[in-house]
Design a protein around this ligand. Structure first.
Ligand code: AMP
Ligand code: GLY
Length: 429
């Protein structure tokens, strides 16, 4: 079978790496891909939101399965468009992808179903939002309703900051239409974790827990990024907590979507805030996390392709997954200036040496390869991912590999996985 993967980041490199290992795949294409994906797939220069062109390509090449990485094409309705053309595709349709595309929709659904989440109010008028914020006080969180590439959430320590956030989102329209509505919600505290499941709209196959590192600097300092590193499993998600998240979050959400006539098929990702053995939902995403996909897919021992096919066909029953019990860590290496503005086109050295290290894969995110030289081509450039018998071993391996790699201005966090080690210490106190 021919497979088409859509996307060009670190998540998609890990998907391409995993899909390529399947005996079911005779040829893998990726649109648009990157310099790492190019080593396992044929990259085609079609943008992720050019749905017509992607569908034309899939038809012309007789693609047996299309796999969508990022949220943008899903929220634009790529699954609906492909299905209307009789093309087989993995991912939620436009209505189901609302779980990520509209925070107001999702908060309302969680309220109706009693799914644990922060208290909130939704506003379409800036003055009403302002009045409410003055009434309830800070700390408080202001969120643009729609997709903002991870930048539409502003955690405010003072009322003044919150009023500035409303101004930025609703009056200055910093995120365009995405900010026509805002969700103002209670500020939660605790430790964050990511919990992802495969689902066909009825059955659920959970993945192991993982944890992202959103702020740019060590110790969770500085502005939020797309994610500076991740590891799996996350000890903050105990086996009991995992059970509860499946029962109290995943099942009711998937049931609610089916009841509304929009069964959710794909990967459902819950971003959780955990405090005192209670997990509350911060957000849902309608796809694999980036960088969580890298450590998760390195732990997946089963062939991923039959799972993606079963979900695309709407029946996941009878499929089991086998996971590597060992731990994985992904350290994201970023361009100077990221998450603010950064230059592209820096030559990367040391990739071969790092790639030869045992139990390590260097996943590419923002890279390109003109004329045989690998150059930076994005903010997040690489995700160096290692597997170890313990999380400590995986951390050491990933950092030894990262140290081999260099370009002008490269930066990365030095504390990826530290929270997992702290849990281990607590447990043995
Ligand atoms: P989201 O895109 O909704 O996950 O938000 C991005 C980040 O903002 C999360 O990973 C949290 O760090 C933070 N955040 C979102 N909602 C809240 C909340 N209610 N309380 C505290 N922090 C939050
Ligand atoms: N790692 C956060 C995300 O994928 O949204």
């Amino acid at each position: 079978m021919k497979v088409l993967l859509i996307g060009g980041g670190g998540r998609e490199h890990s998907l391409a790496w995993k899909i390529k290992q399947s005996p079911r795949v005779e040829k893998l294409f990726c649109a648009p891909g990157n310099a790492g994906i190019e080593q396992v797939a044929e990259c085609v220069g079609i943008a992720v939101d050019d749905i017509d062109e992607l569908a034309r390509f899939a038809k012309k090449e007789q693609i047996g399965l299309t796999v969508v990485g990022p949220e943008l094409p899903l929220t634009l309705g790529i699954v609906d468009a492909f299905q209307a053309e009789g093309l087989r595709i993995f991912g939620p349709d436009k209505n189901a992808a609302m779980l990520e595309a509209s925070k107001a929709f999702t908060k309302e659904l969680m309220k109706q179903k009693g799914i644990p989440s922060a208290f909130f109010s939704t506003f379409t008028d800036a003055q009403d939002a302002t009045r409410y914020i003055k009434e309830v006080g800070a700390p408080i969180v202001v969120k643009a309703d729609g997709l903002c590439g991870g930048k539409g959430v502003i955690v405010c320590q003072t009322v003044e900051e919150a009023l500035d956030a409303v101004n930025l989102i609703m009056i200055n329209e910093a995120f365009g239409n995405a900010g026509q509505k805002v969700v103002v919600e209670e500020c939660l505290v605790g430790e964050e974790a990511s919990f992802l499941v495969f689902t066909d709209g009825k059955h659920i196959l959970p993945m192991p827990s993982s944890q992202d590192h959103k702020p740019v600097y060590d110790g969770d300092q500085g502005p939020n990024t797309g994610g500076m590193g991740a590891y799996s499993p996350a000890p903050v998600v105990t086996p009991e907590m995992e059970e509860r998240v499946i029962e109290e979050v995943m099942k009711p959400t998937i049931e609610a979507m089916a009841e509304q006539g929009h069964p959710y098929r794909g990967v459902l990702y819950a971003g959780l805030m955990i405090e005192d053995d209670e997990a509350k939902v911060l957000e849902f995403n309608c796809r694999f996390g980036d960088p969580e996909a890298q450590p998760l897919l390195m732990r997946l021992k089963s062939d991923i392709v039959p799972v993606l096919e079963a979900i695309a066909d709407g029946d996941l029953s009878g499929i089991d997954l086998e996971w590597d019990p060992r731990a994985t860590v992904c350290v994201v290496m970023a361009a100077k200036g990221y998450p603010k503005s950064y230059k592209k086109g820096m030559e990367i050295s040391g990739l071969d040496k790092a790639g030869e290290m045992q139990d390590t894969v260097v996943f590419h995110a923002g890279t390109k390869n003109p004329e045989g030289k690998i150059l930076t081509d994005g903010g997040r450039v690489l995700g160096v991912t290692s597997v170890g018998d313990t999380i400590a071993e995986a951390i050491d391996l990933a950092y030894s590999a990262a140290e081999q790699i260099h370009w002008e201005g490269v930066h990365y966090r030095k504390d990826i996985g530290r929270k997992a080690l702290e849990h281990r210490h607590k447990a043995s106190d």
